[in-house]
Design a protein around this ligand. Structure first.
Ligand SMILES: Nc1ncnc2c1ncn2[C@@H]1O[C@H](COP(=O)(O)OP(=O)(O)OP(=O)(O)O)[C@@H](O)[C@H]1O
Length: 129
């Protein structure tokens, strides 16, 4: 069997990126929580520039933001699959959705901790002066 050419491998990679971005756009359209994360991300990036946070702090913020987006996207995917395979009530369907939501909650707590540690003292200093 002939090896796929470099050209067709590249085309497949580009197509995969297209599918992935379509997934993010689709989740943004259907999930109000995703839109909330998008707004929160813009606000956090704005805060980062405003307060001139360090390179390491940017890395922590990027990790926190990325983790929340990842958890929310996986939660959305799980919800969609559960609705597909179990449109009727089933305790396991409920458990799958609850556990997936739990992942978003945990990522949110971690992001909150990063936000408070990085921005908390700076915001506090603004009001204390
Ligand atoms: N098919 C089902 N069988 C049993 N319980 C379900 C089922 N669908 C939903 N549930 C229960 O209802 C809760 C909310 O489900 P729903 O599909 O409304 O998610 P959601 O509120 O849209 O989630 P999110 O807020 O993360 O978008 C679930 O976490 C689960 O406890």
């Amino acid at each position: 069997m002939a090896e796929p050419s470099q050209d067709s491998l590249l085309r497949r990679r580009v197509a995969s990126f297209g599918h992935a971005f379509r997934g993010v756009a689709s989740a943004l359209r259907s999930e109000v929580h995703m839109r909330f994360h998008a707004v929160a991300t813009v606000v956090v990036i704005g805060f980062g520039f405003y307060f001139g946070i360090s390179r390491l702090e940017w890395a922590l913020v990027a990790l926190a933001v990325g983790t929340v987006w990842t958890a929310e996207l996986l939660n959305t995917a799980i919800e969609v699959v559960v609705n597909l395979v179990s449109p009727d009530y089933h305790p396991l369907a409920g458990k799958a959705k609850d556990v997936a939501s739990g992942a978003v909650l945990m990522a949110g707590f971690a992001a909150l901790a990063v936000g408070l540690l990085v921005f908390g003292p700076r915001v506090w200093a603004l009001f204390a002066t």
